[in-house]
Ligand binder design. Structure first.
Ligand code: 0X9
Ligand code: ZN
Length: 540
């Protein structure tokens, strides 16, 4: 899991000033490095030496003038600065920051920075776009992950994984970022990530409600804020984005008409810009046939409908119910969640999933993440991020895997046949060189076609091939190793080959060249020949 990158520490102007003037004028003050700054403090600093000293001390400098300097500091830093005689002109609590124990969460700025970083690092595999703006004007960023990210590939199905619908459900933002990292960081190193990125069109939208999530962390954390930040005009704020979609909107007591309610449905369907953007984006991408909406908490995988208790109402096909049950069941089997129809706990109407399925036939599901109980509920400490996002890795990969043809989950897909694969060379028991690239070849076959072959040495993926012959070069350390190949097809069915055991760096010795063979009348007595083995030094 990537930890948030530190904020830019200096303005360009100030950086220049600092570099120019820092000459060890004052000894640096030791800073409390592990506590994130919480206060934005403007100190009187009317001479350049004082400003330079502050900058040189390592404080997080936000701006400077000829009279003062503004720093992001902890309360401890502030007391230290005051005791050093600095005159405080202004103090405000720092916006956009999680408190200690939550600092590992990404606020909006950090989320955007993370997405931009991934987009820059993996420019050939990603496309970053804003699908619209929140009510307060924040961009709703979506990262597209696929091998041709700037085009729609005919026949390639898409999945949208989105999070942050409810402001306080910060763990979901982390889950969305985790999925992006899982696919991109493993691309080219590991077969399934490579195959999924190449064979699917994956959209990740980490925060649908940035106004709400920013409010939640700045309005006295935690504010327990759920909705967006619509001014309802009667002293109340916010519309529940997951009650504002236009399918059975307002039906069956599945939302509230009271603006102050946490489940306020809004004045009319799709009144909220965040929902208009989501709707329009999905409609503009008809390849999307699976959506996963990430929420907390409850450890559930939910499928439509939310508006009715009826498992199979007239607006659902029996085959689709079977698919939903199979998809949700298989995901739950992978993360230990419980799969159920959305209304099993309570009716919700105007939810995203109901509209996506009811209007567009999309296999729209909701994952309610960790935890199961109100403690820690919406606010697990950041130590939960890594284990709880990793926990959903295989469940979400499964959803991506099924997006080409969700009927596969019930055994009714177009392609239900896994490929066949065998390692051709080296042969089982072969002696092979160590510390030098070794060509490995495979024989593969599949009804539709193999798309990726992953090579494993001692069960660890070491190479991925997508070339037509699926050959690879691997480098072994000295010793015995077990090689396997795993073949994937476009349905992401996968088969592991039989093992091939090789001895690396162990070769039959060639006779030591002798300058001039000594003629010998009496033959050297030959005992039972002992195969001589040459042990090459380990070069790594
Ligand atoms: O009530 C909600 O919007 C979701 N639960 S939460 O605690 N995260 O607020 C559940 C929505 C489930 N409904 C559908 N998937 N239709
Ligand atoms: Zn929610």
């Amino acid at each position: 899991m990537n930890l948030p990158k530190p904020r830019p520490r200096h303005s360009a102007l100030l950086l220049g000033l600092t570099l120019f003037l820092v000459g060890g004028l004052l000894p640096p003050t030791p800073l409390a490095a592990d506590t994130p700054p919480r206060l934005l403090v403007t100190l009187r600093a009317p001479n350049v030496a004082a400003r330079t000293a502050l900058a040189a001390s390592g404080y997080d400098v936000w701006s400077a003038s000829l009279e003062s300097m503004t720093l992001a500091v902890t309360p401890t830093d502030l007391r230290r600065l005051q005791s050093q005689g600095y005159q405080v002109e202004q103090v405000e609590s720092l916006p956009r920051a999680f408190p200690p124990n939550y600092a590992g969460y990404h606020d909006y700025a950090e989320t955007v920075a993370e997405l931009k970083g991934l987009n820059a690092q993996y420019c050939d595999l990603t496309h970053l776009q804003s699908i619209g703006k929140s009510l307060e004007g924040r961009d709703l960023w979506a990262l597209r992950i696929t091998d041709h990210p700037d085009q729609d590939e005919p026949g390639e199905k898409a999945i949208l994984i989105y999070a942050g619908t409810h402001a306080r459900e910060h763990l979901t933002v982390e889950q969305a970022l985790y999925v992006a990292h899982d696919l991109l960081d493993n691309y080219g190193h590991e077969g399934e990530a490579t195959n999924l990125v190449n064979q699917r069109d994956i959209w990740i939208l980490p925060n649908l409600n940035p106004d709400g999530s920013e409010y939640d962390i700045t309005a006295g954390f935690p504010a327990y804020w759920r909705k967006n930040r619509r001014n309802n005009g009667n002293g109340t704020w916010g519309v529940d984005l997951n009650r504002n979609f236009g399918y059975k909107w307002g039906d069956n007591n599945g939302s509230s008409g009271l603006p102050g309610s946490d489940t306020y449905r809004g004045p009319q369907p799709f009144s909220e810009p965040e929902n208009q953007a989501l709707r329009d984006f999905v409609m503009a991408h008809p390849a999307i046939d699976v959506t996963i909406s990430l929420h907390t908490y409850g450890e559930l995988v939910l499928y439509p409908y939310g508006y009715t208790y009826d498992d199979l109402p007239p607006d659902m096909k029996a085959a689709d119910l079977a698919i939903f049950q199979a998809l949700a069941g298989a995901m739950a089997a992978r993360n230990g969640y419980t799969a159920q129809q959305a209304s099993a706990l309570y009716i919700t109407s105007g939810g995203h999933d109901d509209w996506f399925y009811g209007m567009l036939g999309i296999y729209a599901m909701t994952m309610e993440m960790y935890s199961k109980s109100p403690n820690p509920g919406f606010y697990p400490p950041d130590t939960a991020i890594a284990p709880q996002t990793k926990r959903n890795r295989t469940a979400l990969r499964y959803a991506i895997s099924m997006a080409d043809d969700p009927a596969k989950s019930t055994g009714q897909g177009q392609d239900m046949t896994p490929p066949a694969v065998a390692i051709l060379s080296p042969g089982d028991g072969a002696d092979v060189p160590a510390a030098t690239p070794l060509a490995v070849t495979v024989a593969v076959s599949d009804t539709v076609g193999v798309t990726t072959v992953e090579y494993l040495v001692d069960d660890q993926p070491v190479a991925v091939s997508t070339t037509p012959d699926f050959a690879a070069e691997i480098t072994l350390t000295t010793g015995q190793h077990v090689l396997r190949a795993r073949a994937f097809d476009s349905a992401n069915w996968q088969t592991l080959s039989d093992p091939v055991t090789v001895q690396a760096g162990v070769q039959t010795a060639t006779p030591t060249p002798t300058a001039s063979p000594t003629p010998s009348l009496t033959p050297t007595p030959t005992a039972t020949p002992i195969p001589q083995r040459l042990y090459l030094p380990l070069l790594r």
